[in-house]
Write a new protein. Structure first.
Length: 202
């Protein structure tokens, strides 16, 4: 298991029960206060509630078993937090970690500048932010650099982003051709891609 500050950390069955009983976001909030000494904002609390339901749906759709679920993993020596981590085994019984960046975005404008940036409404305003796939790449590199078993190839690590409220338009927004290279390395899944993402997790 990755050792660092994790806001939520449970086996699949307990995670499912927390979501079904509407306790997941409250558990996140309680652990967040313990870890950071402050209350999360309402938008963050609401995003956790939505994220729990979306990840539970993915696990069920993919018919995944014996999964360990973690949310808000803080990468060592940084303030960066990975939205979701799934721990399990692949078909060859090799350990695997999947890290998923979740975005609630609906509308995104592509930007023609270095660094794979986009413009979207987030944090209460229209902002220039990094493309989700570029963000996943950064997290991916950080995790590989800090987890010894990954460097020794004892575990597989997969990273992707999931934007369940976003509808794909080829060549536009998040799928502008400016982002072709980063999307090939770290795929982004949208509203209509839920079955594809569930199958990738198997």
């Amino acid at each position: 298991m990755i050792s660092s500050k994790i806001i939520y950390n449970n086996e699949q069955d307990k995670f499912f029960k927390d979501v079904l009983l509407n306790k997941f976001a409250d558990a996140m909030k309680e652990n967040f206060v313990i870890s950071f000494g402050r209350n999360p904002g309402e938008p963050e609390y609401n995003s956790w509630r939505d994220a729990g339901e979306k990840i539970k749906n993915l696990i069920e759709l993919g018919d995944l078993k014996n999964i360990h679920v973690a949310f808000e993993y803080q990468i060592p020596y940084t303030q960066k937090r990975v939205d979701c981590l799934l721990f399990g085994k692949n078909k060859l019984e090799k350990g695997i970690i999947v890290h998923i960046e979740l975005k609630q975005w609906q509308k995104v404008e592509a930007l023609d500048c270095e660094g794979n940036f986009v413009e979207t409404y987030t944090g209460g305003g229209l902002r220039k932010v990094v493309h989700p796939s570029q963000q996943v790449k950064g997290y991916h590199d950080y995790i590989k650099g800090f987890v010894e078993v990954l460097e020794e190839d004892k575990l597989d690590l997969i990273g992707c982003s999931y934007c369940p409220n976003y509808r794909k338009k080829e060549g536009e927004g998040l799928f502008n051709y400016n982002y072709k290279e980063i999307l090939e390395k770290f795929p982004l899944y949208t509203n209509e891609d839920i079955s594809e993402l569930a199958n990738r997790l198997k």
